[in-house]
Design a protein around this ligand. Structure first.
Ligand code: NAD
Length: 513
């Protein structure tokens, strides 16, 4: 194992001590404190990053501001060509990068690879998009006038990412922002900075080969406190895309809103699956299991609540418990592992605290919830995923606990299920398992799920990059990734051109001067 870890770190150019900021190919001698990264898999120190300071931030932002003026003049399809090469470079490094993501964050190896695949997929999507940044044309009410709208680059886009997708969130934002003509400054989560550094090490060859100016793709690994002061209130940054908790998103939105900057908010979820008596229960079972325990319950789209029809409740719960008993919990790089560790001991504490609150409020833990011990689990971050019977209105159920706790809730009618479903503050992802078209169509209608993502007969998690990704209510309302989410990274301009020799006014107004 040690050999395998040393090998992927060396392929990615990660050394014992790493500089914390780059403007593309030039790494800055950052002067902040060291930020050691320990693996939740075995508790070992992987490597350390020298954090960026306010001075480093000033250098990077200045470069980014200047680079924008050059980058926006490069035709979009040519920008797309560079993104295509970045995608190919990621293909070459999928295995080592996926391994590092797995080892640094704790998600299992297959999910680490899957995350890099998402980066490749969004790069491909962005290449096509680079020739499709379409605006509309409209018919003018005035003779010999033409109207249309077009999309222009915005400027410097700030990307703040969460720990649970250490590299993909950057790609969803950066690949799209780049073809749109923007430059990017990325502030990764301090829990997974090595993965971010590895991404920049991988892509710097593409930037150098294509003589991309310094300042187009920037990384600044600084503490959130430092960045909070600088990044969020910096008027040179018209858009900040933040992926993280609702608590942090609220702060970002307030600070950026104060200067009337724009945000894309991708915040917490509290996702439910409605398991109807008309559903294929084997499929519902597998989806619930995958939804709740994949990434150890640390996905924004993880299934947190199961709303199960009364007449199948007991049977479904018992089958679910049987399935949970089969889960292989272990080292994330071991290919037979299904559930890896939580990201750190704070997450384990939150997992335990949540269970105490479930019991306090009158709920019942029906499976799991323990912290594992022993040599294999020496990092202290391994837990047995938990299932609990609760009421939807418990205060703990209303919150997002970022850990593998699955709440079971009974319902009697579809109306009740939809009401319970929507009765949480978050609105990210949702699903129904049913083969009854009246149920599924109602769930997808405007009187159904109030989430940004609503699925039929698939889990709440595991979205494809082709759709717009994001959620409503306290999830923040942002959309990223596919469909027309790119529009958030551009400024829209409406143009009216008069090719007559008159000056007719709109709305028939006569102005006799
Ligand atoms: P977090 O809110 O603790 O941190 C998110 C990011 O914000 C990190 O990079 C952090 O350093 C930064 N940050 C914290 N305080 C800041 C400040 N004052 N100024 C600037 N930046 C600051 O979240 P986390 O624990 O890393 O991730 C888990 C959360 O992310 C969960 O709530 C999860 O649902 C959410 N998430 C949402 C999506 C989505 O697309 N909706 C995707 C992944 C994760």
């Amino acid at each position: 194992d040690n050999h395998r870890i040393a090998e992927f770190l060396s392929r990615l150019g990660i050394s014992e001590h790493n500089k914390g900021a780059t403007s593309g190919t030039v790494w800055i001698d950052t002067k902040g404190g060291p930020n050691p990264s320990y693996s939740p898999a075995d508790g070992k120190l992987i490597a350390s990053v020298t954090l960026a300071t306010g001075d480093d931030y000033a250098v990077i932002t200045q470069k980014a501001t200047e680079a924008f003026k050059i980058w926006r003049m490069i035709p979009a399809p040519k920008r797309g060509e560079i993104v295509r090469q970045i995608g190919n470079r990621l293909r070459e490094f999928k295995e080592p990068l996926g391994s590092l993501v797995s080892y640094e964050m704790g998600k299992v190896y297959q999910e680490g690879l899957g995350e890099v695949q998402e980066m490749i997929d969004i790069a491909d999507f962005a290449v096509g998009l680079s020739r499709q940044l379409y605006g509309f044309t409209m018919h003018s009410e005035r003779e010999r006038h033409r109207m249309y709208d077009q999309y222009h680059p915005l400027g410097v886009v700030g990307v703040i990412s969460a720990f649970n997708f250490p590299v993909a969130v950057w790609a969803w934002n950066a690949m799209i922002a780049m073809v749109c003509g923007n430059v990017v400054i990325w502030k990764p989560s301090s829990k997974v900075m090595l993965s971010a550094i590895a991404v920049h090490k991988i892509i710097e060859k593409v930037l150098a080969d294509n003589e991309v100016p310094e300042g187009v793709l920037n990384l600044i690994a600084g503490s959130s406190k430092h960045m909070g002061d600088n990044f969020l209130s910096d008027k040179r940054i018209p858009l900040i895309s933040v992926t993280g908790s609702t608590r942090v998103g609220r702060h970002v939105s307030k600070t950026v809103g104060e200067r009337l900057g724009r945000c894309i908010l991708e915040l917490g979820g509290n996702n439910a699956i409605i398991v109807s008596q008309y559903g294929n229960l084997n499929m519902a079972l597998r989806a619930s299991l995958f939804g709740a325990v994949a990434t150890s319950g640390q996905r924004c789209t993880s299934t947190r609540r199961l709303l199960i029809h009364d007449c199948i409740f007991d049977k479904f719960r018992d089958k679910l418990i049987d399935a949970y008993k089969q889960l292989r919990i272990g080292h994330p790089l071991d290919p037979s592992t299904v559930v890896g560790p939580l990201v750190d001991k704070d997450a384990v504490r939150a997992f335990l605290d949540a269970q105490a609150r479930i019991v306090e409020e009158g709920g019942k833990i029906v499976y799991g919830g323990q912290v594992l011990s022993g040599e294999e689990f020496a990092s202290g971050c391994y837990v047995i995923p938990c299932i609990a019977e609760v009421e939807n209105d418990f205060s703990i159920v209303q919150e997002e606990t970022f850990a593998p706790i699955l709440y079971l809730i009974k319902y009697k009618t579809l109306d009740e299920a939809i009401e319970l479903h929507n009765a949480v503050p978050q609105g990210l992802s949702s699903a129904i398992f049913s083969r009854n078209i009246i149920e599924t169509e109602r769930f997808l209608s405007h009187e159904g799920s109030d989430c940004g993502i609503a699925n039929v007969n698939i889990a709440t998690n595991g979205a494809e990059i082709g759709g717009a990704f994001g959620g409503e209510k306290e999830t923040g309302g942002g959309r990223e990734s596919g469909s027309d989410a790119w529009k958030a990274y551009m400024r829209r301009q409406t143009n009216t051109i008069n090719f007559s020799t008159e000056l007719p006014l709109a709305q028939g107004i006569k102005f006799d001067a």
